[in-house]
Design a protein around this ligand. Sequence first.
Ligand code: PRP
Length: 215
Amino acid sequence: MSLKETIDIALPKGRLGEQVYDMFERAGCGCPGIREDSRKLIFENPETGMRFFWVKPSDVAIYVERGAADTGVAGRDILLEYSPDVYELLDLGIGRCRMCVAGKAEQRRGAETLRVATKFPNIATRYFQGRGRAIDIIKLNGSIELAPILGLSDVIVDIVETGTTLRENDLHVLETILPISARLIANKASFKFKYEGISRLKKLIAEAAEGGKAR
Ligand code: PRP
């Protein structure tokens, strides 16, 4: 596929990025050298007119919202937490997991203020507000599961994928908030001015996503 203008695509680094890039390759949107083990961050395929950047998963939406990338792939968790002003084009059906409230099995659900440790304060606040529950948010940046074990919080609001992290730390899902998966997003101005290229990319990725389901 050859696009008239270059489409800049922000991909999430790490676990999700591998699956996302596999899907791009199946869609015929691969890029030479991108899988090589290097510190290089930008990869261009002149034949397809696509340029890829690897960025931190939580930063993809910022690059796309501000137009540094035309499109990108971000988890629904990030989109709900930061509410970036972007178009959500497609559910890729990968990176599936759940946003959950988790804690110790004996967690009591009394009337007192619940201390909630999380990387997702907005999602957690909205969820508990909707249930009329008073909470105290403790914002952490990683290893959230430590918080209830050490008594820093009563519960956590976090992503559960395989459930291994909870299991290995003797914690349990107490409530499921919502399902999460990866989404193809686009900058609003780019979608207008690079409509043809972005639409073709969306179509190719949608076909690869469908093919992935059938396999
Ligand atoms: C995420 C999440 C959980 C874990 C869930 O953490 O915050 O800790 O993955 O996955 P599981 O259910 O398959 O065990 P991540 O690996 O992103 O690292 P972090 O602790 O630095 O947030």
